[in-house]
Design a binder for this molecule. Structure first.
Ligand code: ADP
Ligand code: MG
Length: 246
């Protein structure tokens, strides 16, 4: 269930790469427990927005508040804020020379100082949750893409984040593996996780999104329920985009 306290607040955010305006006056609030799906053409600024939320990019102007902390405030401990955010990338980004179990326990042990046995017990729970506890001793290269992405989700969850960010988590997967990753994401959504998900999987959006956001050329052009996006998209560029992806 959603309560209306915003856990993420972005106001008038702008981000330039040279002269390119990757984020053009973006404003968005996400409530605790809310699921927001971001769609839009390639190059529209979706990844930049997620990366800004996670402080992998710094915005040039505007405001960004995550879990009550204003990121632009020099007194705010960015690393502490970042620990509240889990991020899953298109390309999995697992540590290739670490076992699945070590992938999950590394950050909790280093950053949260969780004792090894405790970190491992929790990691096994998470691997069971994503359906691959039998792979704990394997290395990423020994797993399928779908399994690797489920490990990546479990790894992000191992830090007990308050918010999960997903950047096209199924775009690099063979079609037959997309479902197993989306199933894990649906489960997470139903448990009440706050989620911001860049994806063009409109079935997922329909099932879990409270709101869908359409971006183009660094701007948010339309925000609405999944139903609104299917039934009466307003902006001509959104209509064109929906025609292309459906
Ligand atoms: P999307 O995720 O919607 O495909 P991005 O946020 O990755 O879009 O990119 C938005 C725009 O910013 C694109 O034009 C992209 O080429 C540009 N861009 C993204 N990251 C960088 C970077 N590190 N340096 C220069 N340009 C970038
Ligand atoms: Mg992207």
């Amino acid at each position: 269930m959603i309560n209306d306290k915003p856990i993420i607040r972005i106001a008038n955010a702008c981000k330039y790469f040279g002269t390119l305006k990757a984020l053009d006056n973006v404003s968005l609030e996400v409530s605790q427990g809310e699921k927001v799906v971001i769609i839009g053409p390639s190059g529209s600024g979706k990844s930049t927005l997620l990366r800004a939320i996670n402080q992998l990019e710094t915005i040039d102007s505007g405001e960004l508040v995550v879990d009550g902390d204003n990121i632009c405030d020099p007194d705010v401990n960015i690393n502490a804020v970042r620990m509240e955010l889990g991020m899953v990338f298109q390309s999995f980004n697992l540590f290739p020379h670490k076992s699945v179990l070590d992938n999950l326990t590394l950050a909790p042990r280093k950053l949260r100082k969780t004792p090894k046995a405790e970190a491992e017990a929790y990691a096994m729970k998470l691997l069971a949750k994503v359906g691959i506890e039998d792979k704990a001793g394997q290395y990423p290269a020994q797993l399928s893409g779908g399994q690797q992405q489920r490990v990546a989700i479990a790894r992000a969850l191992a830090m007990n984040p308050k918010i999960m960010l997903f950047d096209e988590p199924t775009s690099a997967l063979d079609p037959e593996m997309i479902g197993e990753v989306l199933d894990v994401m649906v489960k997470l959504a139903k448990e009440g996780m706050t989620m911001v998900v860049v994806t063009h999987e409109m079935g997922f959006a329909k099932e879990v999104a409270d709101r869908v956001v359409f971006m183009d050329h660094g701007q948010i052009l339309e925000v609405g329920t999944p139903q609104h996006f299917f039934e009466n998209p307003e902006h001509p560029r959104l209509q064109k985009f929906m025609d292309q992806i459906l």
